[in-house]
Design a protein around this ligand. Structure first.
Ligand SMILES: Nc1ncnc2c1ncn2[C@@H]1O[C@H](COP(=O)(O)OP(=O)(O)OP(=O)(O)O)[C@@H](O)[C@H]1O
Length: 880
């Protein structure tokens, strides 16, 4: 499985759940996959056809999405096609029917309209799976219901014994059950991953007051455009989209527009230009939704609050799919929350209107939040969250401002009480601000002693206070069809009873960004808090100045290659891969092939051009070739503000972390550190480090595993115990399933690493190999001297140019005077021997083939690697 992943996709490791799901599919078991946007669900149906040689049929809701996927797969050398109204190749269907494609996409309408003969013929040549992508469209509880999806179960009748897979990024319990029922799934394997997109920064801003909103927005966007990433601006209406689009053009920013009222051709053109990096900004309505699979979108901006958190999660999820740090800003105005009437317009029943209202309310709560936004989002999707500070949203990174607002609270609560709890928030606020509207006069509210007493604050300021009082339980809200009323809760009544005009019990509440906005006017750039680290600098983190230049030169080269082949640059290879190439500057195809993200097709199709350019640019920039990688795959890279000092960690914990991570002290040394009033338990120290990790502090996981003695064996035991208990909620039952040598520290560390998506396999592998080094074995990586690698393949005339190398059954040997046999290395003998081994280090290969000099062995290995016949993982060579 790993070699297939490397060969076709270029990746060296599976992401969480991928491997397990693929294994189940290969066993013929139905699967329901609920995982975050951008988490790599597609791979779960893309790998099985490459392993089995049978076709995978994939149902997808949008033609544009299918076209993009097919384009990307073809760029990897995978045979993929789609069937649909825009397919110009008249032979596509008959080719599909005879099993010519690894992966065959179609819409649900197409699938249901194909003749039964098509399915029986295809089944005869082999179908390895039937995948239903965006499977939430099956359910009328989902946010994108498509009735054609409901008929897909009919195909069960044709595709006997073919596993069905439903994949979605958003599905509540009800929707999950609907998918299982609708697809007639039989005891499916269910994989539910975390919804957390760790590389995304979430932030919310109210409409700026001193600058016009659009000006502020344009300022913000120009920053992202300058950093070369793509930006999507989602607008609630076509009118808004057109206005923002025009303003961008006026400001000289090249942008595209996409909405439902545009013609198909115009939309397709806009989409294509964006996908191909010919446009860096797209202004769109929700019509530009599910189908966007562009990995390097660095920023998603919402101009107006979306109508539910499901929509927000899906749309913001288009950002940072390549794992690099990316930003999601939501700009709202208070009037967005009054759109319930508009959204409810077409909902015929009270229950449906209630559901719409509740969805809008949840989005409003998200906007008004003064605590962690990530926690709010994840809890909304039913995840149990233990952290309170994610370190990567505006509320967790801005220094929190709080103030005693007991006087203001007394005024608002009293006014709501005086109105008799029959109104929404607007009426009491208008009274406090001294309005003499007809409604106020008719109800004699202008006679109240509170009338006009709160003029010093704007209406939005009072609304923000109302939201805070609601969140803290002082107010309660009731829904009557499309309307909401506010009244004072028992906690609020208690506060009123203990307050007088001279004395109020302290009531400290967070000052929300909206209040700050009202109280402290923004600077000329519309910013209140410290700005976020520049995305461009984050993108290039870990690269030297010259390497950054090389990175940009290689991005340009990729653009030229994409233009010349009529494809999107990301389909050739991702930004992260280019970054790693710029960082290591491979001089040979073997070294290029070993870069994470480089697949076989890239090496064979563009390898020569890329190597030539790396060589040329590196010389120009005075950079040496074949460097060691210093940048890592940014799977969980977060966007932090410039200063990390605001990350929340109690001083004692921070100190323990610093001594361990930065000063290199052991848990024992920290526990007994001189000057400590009382010694700490070592276990407490390790827990401090785990908490630091959870709070976003850097942790050397490999060292941690070594220190607590967490080995791959123990990890497997823990995984088994968790599977047996069926939950990871409580540690005690897990511990009871395990032998005594497995400690709580082992379990906690494993669970923390799991939550933080730390690649334990890699960590424990590295941990083991560092132990091998300690025994005196040279590290396999270091054995590669630059001079030892030859770029040219020295092929013998009797070897075929491509494909399988014939195995030399009779090993070439030299016999020493003592009678020892010295095996000689040829590509055939190396391949044959590696086939019998489970991963071998270079030093062992050299040792095994003592009959050949080291340089020759390395040369043969390089040749095999650049042909994708072998690959290296964690320093060990394996056969593809
Ligand atoms: N094992 C892996 N290692 C590195 N990158 C991966 C891996 N698996 C997938 N990816 C990459 O992650 C990105 C997102 O994957 P994919 O499109 O499958 O996400 P998804 O879960 O289907 O998202 P969505 O629900 O938004 O469609 C792609 O660029 C993909 O190539």
């Amino acid at each position: 499985m790993e070699s297939t992943l490397k060969k076709w996709f270029g990746y060296s490791a599976f992401r969480p759940y991928q491997k397990e799901i693929i294994k189940e599919v290969l066993k013929g078991i139905d699967c329901l996959v609920v995982m975050a946007t951008g988490s790599g669900k597609s791979l779960c149906y893309q790998i099985p056809p490459l392993l089995t040689g049978k076709t995978a049929v994939v149902i997808s809701p949008l033609l544009s999405l299918m076209q993009d996927q097919v384009m990307s797969l073809k760029q990897r050398g995978i045979k993929a096609e789609y069937l649909g109204s825009t397919q110009k190749d008249s032979t596509a269907q008959s080719n599909a029917e005879s099993g010519q494609f690894h992966i065959l996409y179609m819409t649900p309408e197409k699938a249901c309209s194909l003749p039964s003969k098509f399915w029986t013929n295809l089944l005869e040549v082999g179908v390895c799976l039937f995948a239903v992508d965006e499977a939430h469209c099956i359910s009328d509880w989902g946010h994108d219901f498509r009735k054609e999806y409901k008929q897909l179960d009919k195909l069960r009748g044709f595709l006997l014994n073919v596993p069905f897979i439903g994949l979605t990024a958003t599905a509540t319990q009800k929707v999950r059950m609907d998918i299982i029922r609708s697809l007639n799934m039989n005891d499916p394997y269910i994989a539910i991953g975390s919804f957390d997109r760790e590389n995304l920064f979430y932030g919310v801003k109210p409409l700026g007051r001193c600058l016009s909103f659009v000006d502020e927005l344009i300022g913000e966007i120009s920053k992202y455009v300058a950093s070369a990433g793509s930006t999507i601006i989602y607008c609630s209406t076509v009118k808004d989209a057109e206005q923002i689009f025009q303003s961008l053009l006026d400001a000289g920013i090249k942008a595209g527009i996409y909405h439902g009222q545009m013609g198909g051709t115009a939309r397709e053109k806009s989409h294509r230009m964006f996908i191909r990096d010919e446009l860096h900004v797209m202004v769109a309505t929700v019509a530009f939704g599910m189908g966007i699979d562009k990995p390097n979108v660095r920023c998603v901006i919402h101009y107006g609050c979306p109508k539910s958190l499901e929509f927000y999660y899906q749309e913001s999820g288009r950002c940072g799919r390549d794992g690099l740090p990316s930003i999601c800003w939501l700009y709202y105005t208070r009037s967005d929350f009054a759109k319930a009437d508009f959204y409810c317009g077409e909902a015929p029943t009270v229950n449906q209107r209630k559901a719409i209202m509740e969805s809008l309310m949840s989005a409003q709560r998200y906007c008004m939040l003064a605590t962690c936004r990530r926690k709010c989002l994840l809890e909304y999707f039913g995840e149990k969250i233990t952290f309170t500070n994610c370190g990567s949203c505006d509320n967790c990174t801005n220094s929190k401002k709080e103030r005693d607002m007991s006087r203001e609270a007394l005024l608002l609560l009293s006014c709501i009480q005086s109105c008799g709890g029959r109104w929404g928030l607007n009426m009491p606020i208008d009274i406090l601000r001294g309005s003499r509207s007809k409604k106020i006069v008719d109800n004699h509210f202008d006679k109240l002693s509170l009338h006009g007493i709160g003029r010093e604050y704007s209406s939005n300021w009072w609304k923000a206070l109302g939201d805070q009082l609601m969140t803290s339980g002082y107010l309660k809200e009731r829904h009557c069809d499309k309307y909401r009323t506010i009244s004072v809760s028992p906690i609020g009544m208690n506060f009123l009873h203990t307050s007088t005009s001279e004395y109020q019990p302290p009531l400290v509440l967070p000052i929300t960004s909206e209040m700050v906005d009202e109280e402290e006017p923004r600077d000329a750039h519309g910013r209140v808090d410290g700005d976020l680290q520049d995305l461009a600098s984050l993108e290039c983190e870990g690269l030297s100045k010259a390497e950054i230049k090389l990175y940009h030169m290689l991005l340009d080269l990729r653009m030229d290659l994409a233009k010349s082949t009529g494809t999107a640059p990301y389909a050739i290879c991702g930004d992260q891969t280019i970054k790693k190439i710029a960082n290591t500057r491979p001089s040979t195809k073997a070294r290029l092939a070993n870069v994470d993200g480089v697949n076989m097709h890239l090496v064979t199709t563009y390898g020569d051009q890329i190597l030539q350019q790396i060589n040329h640019f590196s010389e120009e920039l005075n950079l040496s070739m074949d460097g060691e990688a210093t940048v890592q795959t940014a799977v969980a890279k977060k966007v932090y503000p410039i200063s990390n000092s605001q990350k929340k960690l109690a001083p004692a914990k921070f100190e323990a972390w610093k001594r361990w991570q930065e000063d290199g002290l052991t848990f024992q040394e920290i526990a007994n550190f001189p000057g400590r009033a009382a010694p700490l338990k070592e276990q407490t120290v390790s827990e401090y480090i785990l908490e630091a990790g959870r709070q976003g502090f850097e942790v050397n996981w490999s060292r941690l595993c070594e220190e607590i003695g967490l080995t791959q064996g123990i990890l497997t035991e823990i995984q088994g115990a968790i599977a047996k208990v069926g939950s990871r909620e409580r540690l005690k039952p897990i511990k009871e399933e395990l032998p005594d040598h497995v400690s709580y520290a082992h379990i906690k560390s494993y669970l923390t690493m799991l939550d933080l998506h730390v690649l334990t396999e890699e960590i424990l592998g590295r941990h083991q190999s560092s132990k091998t080094d300690a025994t005196g074995e040279p590290s396999p990586v270091h054995s590669f001297g630059p001079g030892a690698v030859s770029g040219k393949k020295q092929r013998r005339s009797d070897e075929p140019a491509t494909g399988e190398i014939p195995i030399n059954k009779c090993h070439k040997v030299d016999i020493t005077e003592q009678g020892n046999i010295l095996l000689k290395a040829t590509e055939g003998t190396i391949l044959e021997w590696l086939r019998t081994q489970d991963g071998v280090a270079l030093s062992s290969i050299i040792e095994h083939f003592k009959g050949s000099c080291e340089e020759l062995v390395v040369d043969q290995l390089n040749n095999l690697e650049s042909e994708f016949l072998i690959f290296r993982k964690k320093g060990l060579y394996r056969v593809m």
